[in-house]
Write a protein of this length. Sequence first.
Length: 258
Amino acid sequence: MTVAIVIPARYASQRLPGKPLIEIAGRSLLRRVWDIARAVTGTAGVWIATDDERIAAHAKGFGAETVMTKPELATGTDRVRAALASMPKPPTSVINLQGDAVLTPPWVVQALVDAFAADHAAGVLTAAVRLSPAGVAEMEALKAKSPSSGTLVTIDLAGRALYFSKSMIPFRRDAAAPMHRHIGIYGYRADVLERLASLPPSPLERAEGLEQLRALENGIPIRVVLVDYRGRTHGSIDTSEDLDFVTAVIAREGELVP
């Protein structure tokens, strides 16, 4: 079994055009995510999948392997699938690490790679963090201001996802019931990714705006790997405000990868 990491990175972000090339503390977002991926062991390599020659040139400048994909691809998952299809020796499994995930610790990515190594039959993997009481309160406050921010996941006793939602799930009559924040990183076995990409958007996927629900609605199980951020702050970049937030986190907590 082989596991590759593919970083989808497109230029035409609606809110931050050219986002992968924006610099924070001397390194571009794309370089930072590539450095995180390169710190992971046991992979067949790291590729950047892009639709833009400017991003490809920048990536090649710091030594990254790149794969060119079509601009019209709708999602990062589609871009990862296209990247695998163009590789002469595609891996059997792939980790989709988004190009703006600059605060994702390498050990979180490593946990998914290790999960594939431990379970060759796994079709789809993702990550989640169990929220502390303070974390639940923080999520509730976030939802009060921005209901669509942050995703929760419920998990069965075998560690498989039951449901993902932008709502606070589960409803807790018992305050001790666990609550998990979903981390938007995915691993796919190549054949399962191909099947998922061939399926149309599903009703709950459309309702929640969560692509991973397509798998659950079509009977494809998703294994949830519980991870620990070890005191690091979670976040990604979609807006200029997010840039300020991430810059402050890095200044306060230090670099994930020197």
